[in-house]
Ligand binder design. Structure first.
Ligand code: SF4
Length: 336
């Protein structure tokens, strides 16, 4: 068995879940475009209120200087991207930002730190931050990298709801994008997160010179996680000058919409988040993504370090499309 086959074998699904082979997901990608979107829209309506969009706000609580070599990331210390390094923010500053996000309608506050993984002393500090944000009555999500044994439990005890840890890309394409860790390392941390009882936010990035088969491989890997992730961020690569992927080939917009639709069909109960790359998407393309089953966005004018559409622009777009922020009242009862 090759390393990649060993990695894939760890994704063995639960018998109650439909198994998504790469071929089966590829066949979905090949469905005529409008038929695929229609099918995804049907699945979306079975499980969610299609008018409600879950809003998350993301804050970088520790920026830049990361030792990893992710080819898409401006926060890697290996690339000259102009990102200013910032040590872990003070708790008061983070809570202030969370309050603003809540007042603007965000239900979830996501915090990201540019580490390979946190050290035990970092987890102690983050735990205090999580407690303070949780006390505002918001859902909390953290993305802090690879976790050591016991860390996920500490974060859960502090009140963390979700842990974000993306699979990034297909197992077969992983080594083309990241050399400092393996796909299997991601699976191991996801296992720790699940064992601790945290909800999982796990998705990937498309437009990193992967083939369609590899996009199908990413979606199959996500869909075969057991249980499936509660949140699935689908990112379009933001090409940042200085990163190795700054000249990556453009992905046609229809292929991105297809990826959203395929994620919706294969993970019917997950929140599919239209994540990074939205800044460069015309409103009509975003509308098509919502039609294809996306029901979550990052809300706020910054992602970790790259731009996101202005909140006013998002509010206008949602008004044009008759969409509203998801609340406990407009959420379908069976949603998680
Ligand atoms: S994606 Fe995360 S782990 Fe990779 S270089 Fe950027 S901050 Fe580090």
């Amino acid at each position: 068995m090759t390393i990649q086959q060993v990695e894939l074998s760890r994704l063995t699904p639960h018998p109650s879940l439909e198994y998504w082979s790469v071929c089966k997901v590829e066949a979905l990608f090949e469905t005529p475009f409008l038929e695929l979107v229609y099918r995804a829209a049907q699945v979306h309506r079975q499980h969610f209120n299609p008018q409600a969009i879950q809003l998350s706000t993301l804050l970088s609580i520790k920026t830049g200087g990361c030792p990893e070599d992710c080819s898409y990331c401006p926060q890697s210390a290996r690339y000259q991207t102009g990102v200013q390094n910032q040590q872990l923010l003070e708790i008061d500053e983070i809570v202030e930002k969370a309050k603003i996000a809540k007042a603007r309608g965000a239900g979830r506050f996501c915090m990201g730190a540019a580490w390979r993984g946190p050290k035990p002393k970092d987890v102690a500090k983050i735990s205090e931050i999580i407690k303070a944000v949780k006390a505002l009555g918001m859902e909390t999500c953290g993305t802090f990298g690879l976790l050591q044994d016991g860390m996920a439990e500490q974060l859960k005890d502090a009140g963390l709801d979700y842990y974000n840890h993306n699979l990034d890309t297909a197992p077969e394409h992983y080594h083309e994008v990241i050399g400092t860790r393996r796909f299997d390392d991601r699976i191991n941390t996801l296992g720790k997160v699940r064992s601790a009882g945290l909800k999982v936010c796990c998705g990937g990035i498309v437009g990193m010179n992967e083939t369609r088969k590899e996009r199908a491989g990413l979606i199959a890997s996500l869909a075969n996680l057991d249980p499936q992730p509660e949140s699935v961020p689908i990112n379009q690569l933001v090409k940042v000058e200085g990163t190795p992927l700054m000249d990556a080939e453009d992905l046609d917009w229809t292929e991105f919409v297809r990826t959203i639709a395929v994620a919706r069909i294969t993970m019917p109960q997950s929140y599919v988040r239209l994540s990074a790359g939205r800044q460069g998407m015309p409103e009509s393309m975003q509308a098509m993504c919502f039609m294809a089953g996306a029901n979550s966005i990052f809300y706020g004018d910054k992602l970790l370090v790259t731009d996101n559409p202005e909140e006013d622009g998002d509010r206008q777009l949602m008004a044009k499309l008759d969409l509203e922020p998801e609340t406990a009242e407009n959420r379908k009862p069976q949603e998680r």
